[in-house]
Unconditional design. Structure first.
Length: 472
C-alpha cells in the first residue's frame, strides 16, 4: 500500500516515523510520503486560503491549489500485485478529514486496508473548498478507480486534519500484513472481528494500591480465563457502546454469552440483540398474562394429556380473573413479567407464592416433608413464549425472581428456600433448574385436568442470589 498525506504542516506528522508505522515503512510493508501543500502555490506568499464566498468568519482553502496537489499525488506510481484487481487497475481512495464527514469505524478502516493507494488531504481553517470533494467524488478526478471518503473521528472539531490523518494511518497500517507482530491480537482488541470492546488487561504486580488482579486470571484455568474475558468484553460493550451490542449477530453469540447478556438486560433474538426488561406485573397486565399463560402452559405438559385436559386446567387456573386476584395480593403473590423492545406481547412471566407466616408449610403434604426449611416460598410458574426460548429471557426472569424473593422478610425472617415442581419427564426444564442452582429433592403428585402426574420437586436457597434488575 502507498499512503500520501498532503498538509501545510508536514512536521506535524513526524510521529509516523516512530514505532510500528515507522518500522513498517522501513521494512517495505507500506510506502509513506508527506507533501507540503504550499509546494503547489504560484505566488510569493505561497497562499493556500481565501475569504469565504458570501461572507463569514475564517478562511477557506483554495480549490485550485488543492486540485494541483491532488492530481500530481494521484499520478504517483503504485505497485500492485498482478492478480489484485484483474484489469481494473489499482484501487485509490482520497480521504478528507472533516467534522461533517462519516464517522470513522473499524469496518471502514478494514476496508481501507485493502486499497492500493490512500491519499489524505488535511484541511485547515474553515476547511477545503467544497468543490474539491465534489469534483473527485463525482468524476473520479484523475482516475476511474478513485473513491472519495469524507470522514470524521467524532462529534467534535479540531484545528486541522493532521490529527485525524495520524489516526487513520495508524488504524489502517496496523492491519497490513507484517506490521503487527502478533496478528491474533487484532481479533481480540476493541472493535476487532469479534465486534466487542476489549476486556480489561492486567500485569504484575498482582496487587497495586490495594487493587488486586482478578483471581481467575491467576488460576491457570484457560477455559475459565477465556470465559471471564469474554464476559467482561460483553459487559463493557453493552454498557459503554450499546450501539455495538445491538449490531452483534446471533451467530456471534454462544450459550455462555446469552447468560451474561441476560444478566445485563439484553435478549438474543433471531434479528440480533434487543434490550429486555423484567418488571413487576400490574393489575392491567391481567389479560396479557392470561394470554401468555394459555400459550405457554401446554409447552410443559406431558404428551398423554389431552387438549381437553389442558383446556380445562387453563380455564380454571390461568384466567384474567385469576391473575387479577394474584396481582391484588402482593403480600402473597410475586408476579414478574419480561418484555423485549419492539415486541408488544409479554415474552415471559414468573409467579411465586410467598408464605404469610414464617412457619407456614407448603400447601402439599408430600412437598412439606421433603422441603423442611422455613420460611419457604414456591416458584409456581416460570414460562417463556416458545419464540423467545434461547434468548436469555428465562434466565433473566429466574435471577430477578430469586433476587426479589431474597429481599422479602416474613415476620422479620428472610425466605430460606424456594421450591418448585415440574413434570418428571420434562428434561429440558430440569436442566434449566439445575443450571439455576436448584437441586432435585424428591417427588410429588400433581393434578392436571383430573389426572395425576408425577412431578419432580426442586429446591434451592435464596441466599447469595445475584441482584436482579427489576423495575416497579
Amino acid at each position: 500500500m502507498r499512503i500520501d498525506i498532503i498538509t501545510i504542516f508536514p512536521e506535524y506528522l513526524a510521529p509516523l516515523e516512530l514505532s510500528l508505522i515507522g518500522r513498517a515503512a522501513e521494512a517495505g510493508h507500506l510506502q509513506l510520503a508527506l507533501h507540503d501543500l504550499r509546494d503547489w502555490t504560484d505566488d510569493a506568499h505561497r497562499t493556500v486560503d481565501d475569504t469565504p464566498t458570501g461572507g463569514g468568519a475564517g478562511m477557506v482553502m483554495k480549490p485550485d491549489v488543492w486540485g494541483s496537489a491532488i492530481d500530481e499525488v494521484l499520478a504517483a506510481e503504485v505497485s500492485v500485485p498482478d492478480d489484485a484487481h484483474g484489469s481494473a487497475g489499482p484501487r485509490t481512495v482520497l480521504a478528507i478529514p472533516t467534522p461533517s464527514g462519516t464517522r470513522l469505524t473499524q469496518r471502514i478502516v478494514e476496508d481501507l486496508a485493502t486499497v492500493d493507494h490512500l491519499v489524505i488531504a488535511c484541511g485547515r481553517y474553515e476547511g477545503i473548498d467544497a468543490r474539491v470533494a465534489e469534483h473527485y467524488g463525482e468524476t473520479g478526478g484523475a482516475g476511474e478507480n478513485l473513491e472519495t471518503l469524507e470522514y470524521s473521528l467524532g462529534d467534535y472539531v479540531l484545528n486541522g486534519g493532521e490529527v485525524a490523518a495520524l489516526a487513520l494511518v495508524e488504524a489502517v497500517a496496523r492491519l497490513l500484513p507484517g506490521v503487527v507482530g502478533n496478528p491474533e491480537s487484532l481479533a481480540e482488541e476493541s472493535h476487532g472481528t469479534a465486534g466487542l470492546l476489549e476486556y480489561p488487561g492486567y500485569t504484575r504486580p498482582t496487587k497495586w494500591r490495594e487493587l488486586e488482579v482478578p483471581p481467575v486470571l491467576l488460576s491457570g484455568n484457560h477455559a475459565q480465563i477465556e470465559r471471564w474475558r469474554r464476559d467482561r468484553a460483553l459487559e463493557r460493550t453493552v454498557t459503554r457502546r450499546p450501539d455495538m451490542a445491538a449490531a452483534l449477530r446471533p451467530e456471534q453469540i454462544d450459550k455462555g454469552d446469552r447468560a451474561t447478556l441476560a444478566r445485563l438486560g439484553w435478549a438474543v433474538t433471531q434479528t440480533g440483540l434487543r434490550r429486555m426488561r423484567i418488571r413487576r406485573a400490574r393489575p392491567r397486565d391481567a389479560d396479557a398474562l392470561a394470554n401468555l399463560a394459555a400459550a405457554t402452559f401446554p409447552l410443559a405438559c406431558p404428551p398423554e394429556l389431552t387438549q381437553r385436559d389442558i383446556a380445562v386446567f387453563i380455564s380454571r387456573n390461568l384466567t384474567p380473573r385469576r391473575f387479577r386476584e394474584y396481582l391484588t395480593e402482593p403480600e402473597r403473590y410475586l408476579v414478574l413479567v419480561g418484555e423485549i423492545d419492539g415486541i408488544d406481547a409479554l415474552a415471559g412471566y414468573t409467579l411465586a407464592v410467598i408464605p404469610l407466616t414464617a412457619d407456614e408449610e407448603p400447601y402439599a403434604d408430600d412437598v412439606a416433608k421433603i422441603v423442611p426449611q422455613r420460611p419457604a416460598a414456591e416458584l409456581s410458574k416460570i414460562y417463556v413464549r416458545s419464540e423467545h426460548h434461547s434468548t436469555g429471557m428465562g434466565q433473566a426472569l429466574m435471577e430477578a425472581t430469586l433476587a426479589t424473593l431474597g429481599g422479602i422478610r416474613v415476620e422479620g425472617q428472610p425466605i430460606d428456600v424456594v421450591w418448585l415442581g415440574t413434570n418428571l419427564r420434562n428434561r429440558r426444564s430440569q436442566k434449566f433448574y439445575a443450571r439455576s442452582g436448584f437441586a432435585n429433592v424428591g417427588a410429588r403428585r400433581f393434578l392436571v385436568g383430573g389426572r395425576e402426574q408425577d412431578d419432580a420437586v426442586w429446591a434451592r436457597s435464596v441466599v447469595e442470589t445475584m441482584p436482579g434488575a427489576v423495575a416497579d
